[in-house]
Design a protein around this ligand. Structure first.
Ligand code: HOZ
Length: 434
C-alpha cells in the first residue's frame, strides 16, 4: 500500500493532537504500523488519502449499518441543511425522532436526545442515582460505557486495549462508588447486591458486550439480572449504544425479551452524525430537568442534522427490517466460518463470536464469554493478522478488544475477498515467533 500522504498527515497531527488522533484506538498503537488517514467512503468501502481502497468492517465503529454515504441518509441531511445547522430551540425533527423511537420500542416511554453515547450513559446513571437517592453503581468489567468518570473503572475498548482500564484522573472517591463484577455471572451480581443492600442505584451493562470484542450472554443471564435488580429496587440500564438497531431492530432488548428500566443509544440512531439518547420508563424519565430535578442539558442536543440523518437511517431499517437483519446475520456467519476455516488451515487457534452483524475473531481457543477469557487472547498474533489484512485491503478494528461490523452494503464478493485475505493473513499470523 502507498502511504506517503497518510504518513505526512500523522506527523502533522502529532504536533497538535494528543497521539495524533481524536479517539485513542484509532492510533493503531496496539497493532503496530500507523493509521491510514481516510479521505472518503462509499457503501462497504473506504479510501485513504493515498488512494488505497479497503473493504471496511469498522463502519465508523458501528453507525454505518446501511453502508457509507447511503443516498436516503445523505439526502435527509442535505434537506435539513437548507434550513440551518442548529437553533438551540425545540424543533419538529426532534419530536419526530422521539415519537418514532417510543412508537416502535415498547420499553421506551420517554427519551432524551444527547450528543454521544458517553453523555447518554453518564446521564442515565445520574438519573438512576437521583431517582433512588443511592450513590453506588454496579458495572461489568470490560464493558465500556464511554468515558464518564464513574464508568472508567475496569472499562473495555481503548482503555482495555492500552492497559489502563481504570483511568488516572478519575477521583478515588468516585471510583469507590463503582463496583465491578464479571460478565455472564448472575451469582456475582446477587452477592454484590446482597452485600450492599439499599446502597446500589443501578446496574449498567452492555447486554451484548462489544467493547472487549463481541461476547454473548449465556441463556437466561439477562433474565436473572432483571429479576435481581427488581428484587433490590436497583435501576437496570442496558447500554445499547452498539447493539441497538444493530443486532435486531429492537436491539438486545428485543432479542432477550428482557425489559430494562433505562436504555442508552448512540451510533446508528445518528446515521453517522454525533448523537446519543437515553430513555425508558416514564416514571424515571419524568425526573429529568425541567420536568424533574435531575439536571442534564446540551447546546447541540437534538441537533437538526443529526435528527434528520438518524431518522432517515432508522426509517430504512424499520421499512426493510425483515430482509436486512436476516441477511446481515447470514453473511456475517459466512464471514466467520470463512475466517475460522482460514485459521484452521494455518493451524492458528481462534474463536469467532458473532451476533447478527457484530463479530470478533479472538485469537484464543475459547470459549470467550467474559473479560478473563477475552484477555487470554494472543494479541501479538492478532496484530500480525490485522496488519496483513490491511495490506490486503481489509480494514478491521485495530484492536483485539473491539467488534467488527458488517453493513447492508457488503456484497457476497466482498465477503469472498475478505476470506481470501484472511487465508493470507492467517499464514502471517502463524509465522509469528516470539
Ligand atoms: N470507543 C470506540 C470503540 N469501541 C472507538 C471510537 C473511535 O475511536 O472512533
Amino acid at each position: 500500500m502507498k502511504n506517503k500522504k497518510s504518513r505526512a498527515l500523522l506527523e502533522r497531527a502529532l504536533m497538535h493532537i494528543p497521539g495524533g488522533v481524536n479517539s485513542p484506538v484509532r492510533a493503531f498503537k496496539s497493532v503496530g504500523g500507523f493509521p491510514p488517514f481516510i479521505a472518503r467512503a462509499q457503501g462497504a468501502y473506504i479510501w485513504d488519502e493515498d488512494g488505497n481502497k479497503y473493504i471496511d468492517y469498522v463502519g465508523s465503529w458501528g453507525p454505518m449499518i446501511l453502508g457509507h454515504n447511503h443516498p436516503e441518509v445523505r439526502e435527509a441531511i442535505a434537506k435539513a441543511l437548507e434550513n440551518g445547522t442548529s437553533f438551540g430551540a425545540p424543533t419538529r425533527l426532534e419530536v419526530e425522532m422521539a415519537d418514532f423511537l417510543c412508537d416502535r420500542l415498547p420499553h421506551l416511554e420517554m427519551v432524551r436526545m444527547v450528543n454521544s453515547g458517553t453523555e447518554a450513559t453518564m446521564s442515565a446513571i445520574r438519573l438512576a442515582r437521583g431517582a433512588t437517592g443511592r450513590d453506588k453503581i454496579v458495572k461489568v468489567s470490560c464493558c465500556y460505557h464511554g468515558h464518564g468518570d464513574s464508568l472508567l473503572v475496569e472499562a473495555g475498548s481503548g482503555a482495555l486495549t492500552f492497559g489502563t482500564p481504570s483511568s488516572p484522573g478519575v477521583p478515588k472517591s468516585l471510583a469507590a462508588d463503582t463496583l465491578v463484577i464479571p460478565y455472564n455471572d448472575a451469582a456475582a451480581l446477587e452477592r454484590i447486591l446482597d452485600a450492599n443492600a439499599g446502597k446500589i442505584a443501578c446496574f449498567i451493562l452492555e447486554p451484548l458486550p462489544g467493547n472487549v470484542g463481541t461476547l454473548l450472554p449465556r441463556p437466561g443471564y439477562l433474565r436473572e439480572v432483571r429479576a435481581l435488580c427488581s428484587k433490590h429496587g436497583v435501576v437496570l440500564i442496558f447500554d445499547e449504544v452498539m447493539s441497538g438497531f444493530r443486532v435486531a431492530f429492537g436491539g438486545m432488548t428485543e432479542l432477550s425479551a428482557v425489559t430494562p428500566d433505562l436504555v442508552t443509544y448512540g451510533k446508528i440512531i445518528g446515521g453517522g452524525l454525533p448523537v446519543g439518547a437515553y430513555g425508558g420508563k416514564r416514571e424515571l424519565m419524568k425526573l429529568v430537568s425541567p420536568s424533574g430535578p435531575v439536571y442534564q442539558a446540551g447546546t447541540l442536543s437534538g441537533n437538526p442534522l443529526a435528527m434528520a440523518a438518524g431518522l432517515a437511517q432508522l426509517k430504512v431499517l424499520d421499512r426493510d427490517r425483515n430482509e436486512i437483519y436476516p441477511r446481515l446475520d447470514a453473511i456475517t456467519e459466512r464471514l466467520g466460518n470463512g475466517v475460522k476455516a482460514a485459521a484452521s488451515l494455518a493451524n492458528v487457534e481462534i474463536t469467532v463470536n458473532h451476533q447478527g452483524s457484530m463479530f470478533t475473531a479472538f485469537f484464543a481457543k475459547g470459549p470467550i464469554e467474559d473479560d478473563a477469557s477475552a484477555r487470554s487472547c494472543d494479541t501479538a498474533r492478532f496484530a500480525a493478522f490485522f496488519r496483513e489484512m490491511l495490506e490486503n485491503g481489509v480494514y478491521l478494528a485495530p484492536s483485539q478488544f473491539e467488534t467488527g461490523f458488517v453493513s447492508c452494503a457488503h456484497k457476497d464478493d466482498d465477503i469472498a475477498l475478505t476470506i481470501e485475505a484472511a487465508n493470507t493473513a492467517m499464514k502471517a499470523a502463524a509465522r509469528l515467533t516470539r
